[in-house]
Design a protein around this ligand. Sequence first.
Ligand SMILES: *[C@@H]1O[C@H](CO)[C@@H](O)[C@H](O)[C@H]1NC(C)=O
Ligand SMILES: *[C@@H]1O[C@H](CO)[C@@H](O)[C@H](O)[C@H]1NC(C)=O
Length: 276
Amino acid sequence: MWFVPFLFGILVATILIWTLRLFGHKEIVHNFMTSIQKCNQFGFQQNSVMLNRTSTFRRMILGQGLRQNSGSIISTLIGMVSSACDQFSTPNVAFYENKIPAKPNEEYIEEILIKWPGNYTKLQNIATYIQWLFPNRMPGTNKDAHVLTDKEVTIFQQSPELRNRVKRSFEMMLDFYGLKLTEENQIQVKKGSNKRLKVLNKMNNHNFLCITRILLALKELGHCKLMRPWMKCLADLIYNKNQLHHAKFSFESFWIDTLDAEDQLYIISLIKNYSV
Ligand SMILES: *[C@@H]1O[C@H](CO)[C@@H](O)[C@H](O)[C@H]1NC(C)=O
Ligand SMILES: *[C@@H]1O[C@H](CO)[C@@H](O)[C@H](O)[C@H]1NC(C)=O
């Protein structure tokens, strides 16, 4: 019944807009409709019928012409609504900015990055957080998480602060898998963590699917340079050291496809060398 509050909101907004129109505040109505459309674009992308209704509605109102008149309190309120819309229309950015918590577990990114590393019991329960930490274009099993949008990708790629947090999330997961990122951005097996690698090798496809998700997120969120070293390390473990042979299917069916053509050729030539 998710649509009940939604419809109620639309009803309230409609009444508000028509009241404003009645009193000649068309400029405010214009701003209001623009911010609603912004929300629509991001929050209700699937519901294009609703989007169309709003646009028709907007045209109807704007067709009447604007009057240079604005009540300042209402303008301020609309400003607040529209900045709230902006924040929530980019939920993945808001999460990585430490402004909203992941759902359903209600934890903020900084809490996660400080408390979770090394807590393998916690990290084992991936379904609840992996989509928040590593968002991509595909919806996953957590209905409270959000797919990544073009707007969000641009924001991530331009923000050193956000990119740094993504890198810390990645390092937390590497540690969970028994790996580590060196200062030269290479990926190695962490000393004394053969047990973690054994756990990873036993893991089912669901967990290997997470690695696909992380690879895709690295690509989108400004860390595509980390993909090749990670795949190099995984290829070494699967084809050379035989410590991660259960991941072979995922490696060949999913992981390799996340790379760009140049990286793919590089990794494939590595594997060929191993089998000689
Ligand atoms: C929404 O409007 C566009 C153009 O006005 C139209 O092409 C599209 O079919 C409409 N979508 C729905 C779901 O009505
Ligand atoms: C690790 O996570 C579990 C499960 O959430 C929690 O009960 C436990 O206190 C955590 N351990 C540490 C050392 O933080």
